[in-house]
Ligand binder design. Structure first.
Ligand code: KG4
Ligand code: ZN
Length: 357
């Protein structure tokens, strides 16, 4: 048996020069690369894989193949747009997990090879931590929360409320016991015959509908955990019942149905946040993940500032859905913290925030 030598490059942290981090994200169905100059984003290229639309959801095997095709041109574009030469890079940050194993392997292998080829450090990043720390990207149009704050990550794969004590110390207070909130949006949309991903389409139609037109029973879940699978079933039975009476029920009432679904989901999220504030006494709330792009949750959080005296933080649209800039900001903080990764690192499909598990 022979072992490949796996160097770990320790940079010179004493100088105050600019740090240029190349970040790579490939956890699900978006291939993304970004270049950061310290906390500022110079480029953030995202190639969204359209292939999944016709299947009504992400097909893991197709996702990893598409990442293979996209990764080189996406990284090339990111460097070009940032006007940065590979030789100027200080480190490579990449998503280690959580996510789809085949997808993660593409980004992980690419980042490892590039770091080895360029002789610069490698930094592994937890995707969920990145959704939260996206708030620390320096950008005139977004504000940054002070520690401690409550982070609510709402995406297609996760729904969590996290107590964020500092950049690296995060504690999960509650999470979904079944479907993620993004899945609740996407599966409801599928029931209504809308294409994947349905979340943005529910949002679009909801703007024109009456949120109180139909009532759906909200799940009862202890503590700060969530459950969304019952809601999906309730919506399915409701639609089956109504279309039996009127085959055109969906088309005639699409906006009201979407508005009512969205209203129910937002109430579930807001109720848990109120409970989390009560439990922790922390009134700073920052959201992250694809569902933070939803206009209803953004409005509810904005209103909560005056209604409950909370300080709320909503990321810029481009930092809500999966993107490499958020991986880059974690990479930057880890660089300053001297936290680097060895070449023997492997991707992790399940990767709990705030731990190495
Ligand atoms: O964070 P993300 O890009 O990928 C994951 O890590 O899962 O989140 C994708 C999810 C999808 O379920 C998508 O439908 C949902 O975010 N989403 C939305 C909106 N935009 C994206 N859901 C509701 N309203 C939106 N405007
Ligand atoms: Zn995500």
């Amino acid at each position: 048996m022979f072992y490949l030598c796996t160097p770990i490059f320790i940079p010179n942290l004493l100088n105050n020069e600019n740090k240029f981090i190349l970040a790579i994200e490939s956890s699900c169905d978006d291939t993304s690369a970004a270049v950061l100059q310290n906390k500022k984003v110079l480029s953030n290229i995202v190639a969204t894989q359209k292939i999944h639309e016709e299947y009504g959801g992400v097909v893991p095997e197709l996702a990893s193949r598409a990442h293979q095709q996209n990764i080189v041109p996406v990284v090339h574009q990111a460097l070009l747009k940032a006007n940065i030469d590979k030789k100027q890079l200080s480190a490579i940050a990449f998503t280690r997990g959580p996510g789809l194993m085949g997808s993660l392997l593409v980004g992980t292998s690419f980042a490892k090879s590039l770091s080895l080829g360029l002789g610069i450090p490698l930094i592994e990043v937890n995707h969920m931590q990145a959704h939260i720390l996206a708030h620390f990207i320096e950008d005139d149009s977004q504000k940054t929360p002070e520690f401690p704050f409550l982070g609510m990550t709402i995406s297609g794969g996760h729904t969590q409320i996290v107590l964020v004590k500092n950049y690296f110390d995060m504690e999960i207070l509650g999470e979904s016991l079944d479907d993620a909130v993004g899945e609740a949006f996407d599966k409801s949309a599928k029931i209504l015959g809308l294409p994947y991903p349905g979340g943005p389409l529910i949002d679009k139609n909801a703007r024109l509908g009456n949120p109180k037109a139909y009532a759906f029973t909200k799940p009862r879940v202890d503590g700060l955990n969530f459950s969304f699978s019952g809601l999906k079933t309730a919506i399915l039975y409701f639609i089956q019942r109504e279309t039996k009476k009127n085959p055109d029920f969906i088309t005639e009432n699409l906006n009201d149905i979407c508005a009512s679904i969205q209203h129910t989901i937002i109430e579930i999220l807001m109720n848990k946040l109120k409970q989390a504030v009560k439990q922790t006494g922390v009134k700073r709330i920052a959201i992250g993940g694809g569902v933070s792009a939803n206009s209803g949750i953004r409005e509810a959080l904005n209103n909560a500032e005056t209604r409950y005296g909370w300080q709320t933080y909503i990321p810029k649209f481009e930092y809500c859905t999966d993107n490499a800039a958020m991986i880059g900001i974690v990479g930057y903080f880890k660089y300053l913290n001297n936290t680097f990764t060895e070449q023997s690192i492997t991707a992790k499909a399940r990767y709990i925030i705030g731990s190495n598990k």
